[in-house]
Write a protein that binds this ligand. Structure first.
Ligand SMILES: Cc1cc2nc3c(=O)[nH]c(=O)nc-3n(C[C@H](O)[C@H](O)[C@H](O)COP(=O)(O)OP(=O)(O)OC[C@H]3O[C@@H](n4cnc5c(N)ncnc54)[C@H](O)[C@@H]3O)c2cc1C
Length: 489
């Protein structure tokens, strides 16, 4: 019999969970607090510019393909993907540049030119990383992580050393490469999306495989196109979207959620998937006795960074910029410490600049540039206008020095976004941007559980549960949570 299921949140995880459930014949309602769907991947336009608010690196195209194929589609039905070449540019001290080519042979030559013997080592590194990617992304991440027994028949048990779940990412990289530029290149995905490379399992060299071997893509029209494509598929399967309707309470009877209260629309339900921030659902929508975790638990978790962001419209072209530029000109270790070890506003920040108008004419008026700046910071820092402006000056000075021309006087649109906005817009714990970090103690069954221990028809999805932060894992998370709920139904 058809069941009525509420999904909280319309990010990648929520839409993905809802669509899987609806495809199997359930009546599914997504409640979204904001006017626009997409969560951290919303988009806005201003003064002729179209800004993606969050994700900009389209990695692991196979995950998106697998998702759309499940419903008889291909990503190309909804957006054109462009392989970026160079995939990205890194800037080191003294404005030394490293363009990271899309072609792997060219990448090997680049490595060899920086460190003798590094080309062969890169080939070897990538062979191992490919194995981790194949097992990790095709098998491991689709496990619900509810019990160790899930892994018994699984290669992980036999191959725990080969997957390097228990050794450090940092040590792993340093076994292959010595030159600081190469080490920085290999460590950046972990730093931006996770935690200190020392505390991250070497398993995550699969991210290097994804970024350097499979390539960096861009969906024309912006990342929000992915959300729009997913929405079309969801609606084709009958998913109902309720925007501007924050869920305010989950009412429990006999250890089951039986009623969802939302502003404007409340309903009796047979099950719930909580795909908003996990901590918010537990601490604000559930009474204490029904929570999996208390505040102490959350305060001890290592969160991925929050961010200070600037969305800028520039009324001229900036020839010195490429699509993705990573500024690694300051000490990587010091900035990581300021995020993860001793949380404070960084003295010498590293940052990232995205200029999608280099690839996509739709996102800026002709002859102008769309620029997005991201500086990772510790979650929970005090955030005010004066601090944002202080860093705007630091980052813009640095950027102008790099491109060799004035930009500030050409900024015709500017919006900043930081910790308090993440809290306000997404109910994000401490204003986190990318959820929970992928540390050794926060992998698979050690992450917050995908299923409630106390409420029998409540499941969780999204970047705070398995498999982790980032767009591809969030899409997978929704599917895994929906599959588990379907088993129960
Ligand atoms: C600035 C930034 C840059 C990023 N860059 C990348 C990148 O380049 N590549 C990449 O792969 N990943 C990137 N990420 C990470 C990626 O965007 C996220 O991991 C992913 O979008 C999370 O999806 P989600 O569905 O788990 O959560 P969300 O997108 O946060 O969705 C949760 C939804 O729940 C809603 N909600 C909250 N409370 C309630 C309530 N009470 N009732 C109803 N709805 C509620 C929220 O409004 C939100 O829409 C980035 C993230 C940020 C913030």
């Amino acid at each position: 019999m058809k069941k009525k299921i509420a999904v909280i949140g319309s990010g990648f995880a929520g839409i993905s969970a809802a669509t899987v459930l609806a495809e199997k014949g359930q009546e599914v309602h997504i409640f979204e607090k904001n006017e626009q769907i997409g969560g951290r991947a919303r988009q806005f336009s201003a003064e002729g510019f179209l800004f993606d608010m969050g994700p900009s690196w389209y990695w692991m195209p196979d995950v998106f393909e697998r998702y759309f194929k499940r419903f008889g589609h291909d990503p190309r039905d909804f957006y054109d993907l462009k392989l970026l070449d160079p995939g990205f540019t890194m800037v080191f001290e003294g404005n030394e540049i490293m363009d990271v080519p899309a072609n792997f042979d060219e990448l090997c030559s680049l490595f060899e030119s920086i460190e003798k013997g590094a080309a062969d080592k890169l080939v070897k590194f990538m062979e191992e990383a490919k194995y981790k990617y194949d097992v990790g992304i095709n098998d491991l991440v689709y496990k619900p992580g509810l019990s160790l027994t899930e892994f018994i028949d699984f290669k992980l048990f036999k191959d725990v050393f080969r997957l390097q779940v228990f050794s450090s990412f940092s040590d792993h990289v340093k076994k292959f490469f010595k030159h600081p530029k190469l080490v920085a290149l290999m460590e950046f995905p972990v730093l931006f999306l996770g935690a200190m490379p020392e505390k991250t399992p070497a398993l995550y060299s699969l991210m290097n495989y994804a970024g350097l071997k499979m390539g960096t893509y861009y969906p024309m029209g912006g990342f929000h196109k992915v959300i729009q494509g997913m929405k079309t598929v969801a609606e084709n399967h009958g998913v109902h979207f309720h925007n501007n309707e924050p869920v305010t309470e989950l009412q429990i009877k006999n250890n089951l959620v039986h009623h969802v209260s939302a502003n404007g629309n409340s309903m009796d339900v047979d099950a719930v998937i909580g795909a908003a921030d996990y901590h918010h659902i537990e601490s604000k929508l559930l009474k204490k006795e029904y929570r999996n975790y208390d505040e102490k638990y959350w305060s001890k978790k290592t969160f991925a960074p929050s961010s200070l962001l600037f969305y800028l419209g520039i009324n001229k072209k900036v020839p010195g910029l490429k699509h993705h530029t990573l500024f690694f000109d300051n000490n990587l270790k010091q900035h990581s410490q300021d995020i993860y070890v001793d949380p404070k506003w960084p003295e010498k920040p590293l940052f990232y600049v995205c200029c999608p108008s280099k690839t996509d004419p739709e996102v800026a008026p002709i002859g102008q540039e769309n620029v997005f700046i991201l500086m990772p910071i510790a979650p929970g820092l005090e955030d005010n206008e004066a601090t944002r402006e202080k860093y705007y000056d630091i980052l813009m000075k640095r950027l102008e020095d790099y491109v060799g021309e004035d930009i500030r006087n050409s900024v015709i649109y500017k919006k900043s976004y930081c910790v308090t906005d993440f809290v306000e817009d997404y109910n994000a714990y401490k204003g986190n941007a990318y959820g929970l970090a992928n540390t050794l103690r926060q992998t698979a069954i050690l992450k917050p559980r995908l299923k409630s221990k106390k409420v029998n028809n409540l499941y969780f999805a999204g970047q705070l549960t398995v498999p982790g932060p980032g767009v591809p894992p969030s899409i997978i998370s929704g599917q895994v949570a929906a599959n588990e709920l379907l088993k129960k139904l």
